[in-house]
Structure formats: structure tokens, C-alpha cells
Design a protein around this ligand. Sequence first.
Ligand SMILES: NC(=O)c1ccc[n+]([C@@H]2O[C@H](COP(=O)([O-])OP(=O)(O)OC[C@H]3O[C@@H](n4cnc5c(N)ncnc54)[C@H](OP(=O)(O)O)[C@@H]3O)[C@@H](O)[C@H]2O)c1
Length: 333
Amino acid sequence: MTTDDKFNALVLDEVDGKVVCAMKELTPDDLPDGDVTVRVAYSDLNYKDGMILGGLGRMVRKYPHIPGIDLSGTVEASSHADFAPGDEVLVTGHYFGERHWGGYTQKARVKGEWLIKLPQGLSLKRAMALGTAGHTAMLALMALEREGLEPDAGEVLVTGAGGGLGGVAVALLANLGYDVAASTGRAELHDRLTALGAKAIVARDELSAGPDRPLMPERWAGAIDTVGGQTLASIVSALKFHSAVGACGLTGGNELTVSVLPFLLRGVRLIGIDSSVVPAADRRLAWRRLAEELPMEKLDTLSTVIGLDAVIDAGTSILKGATAGRVVVDVNA
Ligand SMILES: NC(=O)c1ccc[n+]([C@@H]2O[C@H](COP(=O)([O-])OP(=O)(O)OC[C@H]3O[C@@H](n4cnc5c(N)ncnc54)[C@H](OP(=O)(O)O)[C@@H]3O)[C@@H](O)[C@H]2O)c1
């Protein structure tokens, strides 16, 4: 083995019941089995990464563990028929970085079936400016479209709009001609959300206490919700007849108390969005559509870049709702 074989990774371990994190030097022999070895260029930071870094949510089954639920990079070696050295690829979903070692590393070994070839028009960096958050925003939009949502339907609400998933959803919907209302708890982000294409800003507090009554005046033609809890209950109570909300997140709580009346009397739909297990065709379509339908200059305004050494602090920040937009991790910085 040469020194060139060595690479850096962020490794989580469990010590006396507590999860601790350290930067370690590893060799390819340390990597798990898999049919494709990837030279990692970028990873990113999602809310779920914050939870895993903080030892929350019991998503990691075994330590030591390399976290990071997404990666983009270049294939270095492959025994998988669909991938060859030099291919640019990305991984999201498949419990990557949770049950399997993830992307906070300069080298990863993965199953070829998890990989997506980088869609035309997307760079390795922008792929991670999107990551699971962006991919989920598109999956939520696709779910709402399947329920009949169209740009002229009326106002579409995005909650947690100051965050990663929310920010991508605002930019995406606005670019497709939707009338977007962005909900945020941060006044300092109003201008940025307007620049992303939001036509209206809704204060987080307006939604977070839950509805005053089971059926509020019809307002939303659709919604992408990253907050959950009573915010989601507020949305359900104010959806227009036969419209739908995609429930993506839980930053405001994972309990939902909601009347059945909006379902029975307005035929509204509550759709769960899961980005971990997605049919391969939908996964590829979502990535292709992101590359084609999201204005890349808007994505750039949403993203900041950090190195592996800053990931722990950023993980603490995201759990406090203190990061804005998307955080890209340059694993070679
Ligand atoms: N279902 C899936 O497959 C899937 C995939 C990706 C993400 N998610 C989930 O989606 C959510 C967002 O993920 P993300 O990576 O975009 O996180 P993020 O960047 O931290 O964004 C979350 C946003 O939620 C808002 N928020 C934070 N704390 C809140 C609170 N206590 N009450 C109300 N709003 C609060 C904040 O927006 P404002 O400051 O603008 O209010 C924050 O920026 C997370 O719950 C994550 O687990 C789910």
C-alpha cells in the first residue's frame, strides 16, 4: 500500500453510549464490500445528517460509521456492468450514510444499484447543492402533479422555506410558473425567498399553532411541507377542494393531530414523501428534471460550501434551524 491509498473520512463511534466523531485516515481495505469504488468530490448536509451526527433518531445500526447521506464523485473502479472508471455519479437514498457508510469521506465503496449517472447539465458540486433535499423537493412536486396540480391552480405553499428542501422547492415551483407562498420563521430571509421566486411570505407562527377549526377558508392549491406537526394540520385544514400536501419533514414535530373533516368534506389528500426507497425510474426522472427545470443560478444563491472539518458544527446548526439554504461539503478542501 502506498501513502496515495490513504484517505480522510469523518468517522462516528459509540463510546460509553455516546456518539463521538473524529477525522480519521483510512485505507481502501477499511471500506465495506461493494462493486463500485468512488473518488468522492462532494457531499452535503441535510437535517438527517444533523440527527445522525448528533447520535439522534437511531438511524445508524452499527459503529464505527461514516456518516453523510449523499455523495457525488468519479468512479475509480467498478465490477458493475453499468459503471466504468471515469463516470461521474451521485448517491442519495437507499439508507446511504445511515445503514451503510456514507459520503463524508474522500473514497467510498458502494453498490452499483445505488448510483445515478450525473444528469447532463449538472456538475458534481451542484448535484450536492441539491442532494437528498433537492431530490425530495422534486419527488414532492411529482407527487402533487400526479394529484393533478398545475401552475394555474392557485397559491402553492412551501414551509420551512429558509431551509434546504424548502429553498429548492420554492425555486423549482416558481420557475415552473407556480404562484408560490413561502413560509419562514426568519424575517432576514424574506428578500432571498422573494429572489428565489416566492410571491408571498407567510410567517411561520401563522401555521405552527394549528388551525382554529377543522375547516379553515380554502387557500392552498397544494403544499410542500417540511415542518410537520401542527403546521401540517394547519395546511390540511386550508387546502382547496381535492388538492394535496406532500408531507416531507418534521422540523416542527412528528406528531400530527388533524380533523378528518377536510378529507371527508373537501377530498383533500395527505401524501407521504419518502426519498430513501424510490423506484429507480422515478429516481432517475427526478434527477433529470432537476437538471432541466431548476435554474442553476438560483441554486447557486442557495448554497454555501464547507470542508469536512466544519461538518460537526454545521450539523449542530442545522438541528437548531440556523442554517440557510443548502450546505455543500467539499471533502477535499
Ligand atoms: N421525507 C424525506 O425523504 C425527506 C428528505 C429530505 C428531508 N426530509 C426532512 O425535511 C425536513 C427539512 O430538511 P432540510 O434538510 O431541508 O432541513 P433544513 O435545511 O434545516 O430546513 C428546515 C427548515 O425548517 C424550518 N424549521 C426549523 N425548525 C423549525 C421549528 N421548530 N418549527 C418550524 N419550522 C422549523 C426552518 O425554516 P425557516 O427558518 O425558513 O422557518 C429550517 O430552515 C427535515 O425534517 C428532514 O428530515 C425528509
